[in-house]
Design a protein. Structure first.
Length: 148
């Protein structure tokens, strides 16, 4: 198996971070690119919480979320991925599973490495991980997370 591109989806949780040693080892071994993906939840498609938000308020919230996501990705990449041959940061808006699957196709990813569950996980597999496992056209390596 040839591994040229590895995808590491992150939700910025400590669970997701536990997959990093596997990501960096694999990319160093194969000289592969790392594609780091964070997906912003699209709040524009939620029902009104305490009334409806105006479009400009939603736009400002989404701009803030995008700016924060890019800042966090930069921090993670600088702290953990400097020894890797190449890392590419992606920020998407929408459903995490769908965005992960889209990026696999778009970037011709060879392998996905992700935590067994994210920040909300009390089960063996989180819902995003399970959906990616069931629908990915490429191998997915899951890193088990011990309950804390």
């Amino acid at each position: 198996m040839e591994v040229n591109r590895v995808l590491w989806p992150t939700d910025f949780s400590s669970s997701a971070e536990k997959a990093l040693p596997y990501v960096t080892d694999l990319t160093q071994k194969y000289g592969a690119e790392i594609h780091v993906l964070y997906v912003i939840e699209d709040i524009a498609h939620h029902d009104g919480w305490y009334g409806d938000f105006e479009k400009d308020k939603i736009d400002k919230l989404m701009q803030y979320a995008d700016k924060s996501a890019n800042k966090r990705l930069n921090q993670i990449c600088e702290k953990y991925l400097n020894s890797c041959p190449l890392y590419i940061k992606h920020v998407a808006v929408g459903d995490p599973t769908q965005e992960i699957l889209k990026l696999i196709e778009k970037e011709e990813i060879d392998l996905v490495v992700m935590a067994s569950h994210g920040s909300q996980g009390n089960y063996r597999f989180g819902s995003v991980t399970e959906k990616v496992l069931k629908n990915s056209p490429v191998p997915v390596t899951t890193v088990p997370i011990d309950p804390e």
